[in-house]
Design a protein around this ligand. Structure first.
Ligand code: GDP
Ligand code: MN
Length: 378
């Protein structure tokens, strides 16, 4: 789950990372009021879950409350990378002497968290990596020990940070790691971490991605999810306990087991098809799950055909067939789309019989199914 900047800053504040105070508002009038209460200058910032808001015109400095109102009016009407702006954060503007980057994410190859720092903050770290890779400094973190003070000192030394600034920076490193572990993040980022002319640091932006699987342990945080940021299909799948990922093709893919679904995506793509989604109904799925899965995939207007690939183990083929027949009767009327079914394993014969009765002929192999659906959808 991605957090908005204002939510991420709230978590930063809880672990003691300095932020610039602000208020989230939904109207220009409230923005003016907030600017008056906070004291100008303020920065008016679009709250959307995509980066690069500054470049897109979604971050503006206002020197009067009236100006804050005008900027809020403009920003609230914007659409940034496909996301309509529904809220703006009005925050106290800080003077910036220098912008730094600080982040922690997971290095999957090393299987460790990695601390990443750059004295070239302000721009996206991917861009720094491209134009000046020498300006990025990092170290891996032992998950049981956390970042050692010597690791932080070494990094700051290599990055050429003044002695006088090292203490405060080091403490922000530690607090950011605390936020990363305490809130079960897969990514935390402060960009920019600003140095003020007075010589102190403040987090002017916050990026936070929390592991969805940790949400049940994180209490109120689960309710911080911005429902608008999910597609209707993603929301329906999450609520039904199905694993769904939207892709940009036109062939709906449903299977049981993440590995099987991934293999199906690869096979369809290798044969020239373009998968519209990943959908894993999981092991032991009941008829109602199949029905829900079909409903979700069919509600994506890009889908022009469906390939259902079931390998029956714990999942029983007759159960899947029953769900499929039920769903297809209901849904086919509204969507006359080709459906290819491959059904093998536990209770395969019973499953096939149920499907054949309804005029659905399952294919014999996964390859044949993939080839068939690619032919049918073009
Ligand atoms: P992003 O573009 O989505 O990453 O949004 P940011 O919150 O990082 O803001 C973009 C840029 O706006 C920053 O890199 C800063 O240069 C500038 N900015 C943001 N907040 C302030 C502030 O309080 N004072 C000043 N002077 N500039 C700010
Ligand atoms: Mn930023």
């Amino acid at each position: 789950m991605k957090l908005h900047e204002y939510q991420g800053k709230e978590l930063f504040k809880r672990v003691g990372i300095p932020i610039n105070e602000g208020r989230v508002v939904t109207s220009p009038e409230e923005a003016e009021e907030a600017a008056r209460a906070l004291g100008c200058p303020v920065v008016v910032k679009a709250q959307v879950l995509v980066g690069g808001r500054g470049k897109a015109g979604g971050v503006r400095l206002a020197s009067t409350p009236e100006e804050a109102r005008a900027y809020a009016l403009a920003i609230l009407g914007m659409n940034i990378k496909g996301e309509p702006v529904k809220r703006v954060l009005v925050a106290k503007a800080e003077e910036i002497a220098r912008e730094y980057y600080l982040g922690i994410t997971l290095d999957r190859a090393k299987r460790l968290p990695v601390m990443i720092f750059s004295p070239s903050g302000g721009m996206e770290i991917e861009e720094v990596a491209r134009i000046d890779p020498g300006a990025i400094f990092r170290f891996h973190i032992h998950p049981l020990e956390g970042p050692h003070p010597y690791q932080i000192r070494n990094l700051l030394l290599k990055a050429g940070i003044d002695r006088g600034l090292q203490g405060e920076l080091a403490s922000i490193f530690s607090k950011l790691y605390q936020a990363f572990t305490q809130y079960q993040a897969s990514l935390v980022e402060i960009n920019p971490l600003a140095l003020t002319p007075a010589g102190s640091f403040v987090a002017l932006d916050a990026k936070f991605i929390i592991d969805d699987d940790a949400l049940p342990r994180l209490g109120e945080l689960a309710s911080w999810r911005d429902a608008d940021s999910e597609s209707p299909q993603e929301r329906a799948a999450r609520e039904a306990g199905l694993n769904y990922v939207k892709l940009d093709g036109n062939i709906g893919i449903i299977g049981n087991g993440a590995g099987l679904v991934m293999a199906t995506l690869d096979l369809v793509a290798a044969l020239g098809g373009r998968p519209a989604n990943f959908l894993d109904i999981g092991g032991g799925a009941r008829a109602s799950q199949i029905e829900k899965a079909l409903e979700i995939v069919l509600s994506d207007p890009q889908v022009k055909g469906i390939f259902l690939n079931i390998f029956g183990g714990i999942t029983r083929c007759d159960e899947v067939a029953r769900g499929l027949v039920e769903a297809w009767k209901k849904l086919q009327a509204q969507a006359k789309l080709p459906l290819v079914v491959r059904l093998t394993g536990t209770n395969e014969e019973e499953g096939r019989a149920i499907l054949l009765e309804q005029g659905i002929a399952p294919v014999a192999t996964m390859e044949e199914g993939a080839r068939r659906i690619v032919e049918l959808v073009h």
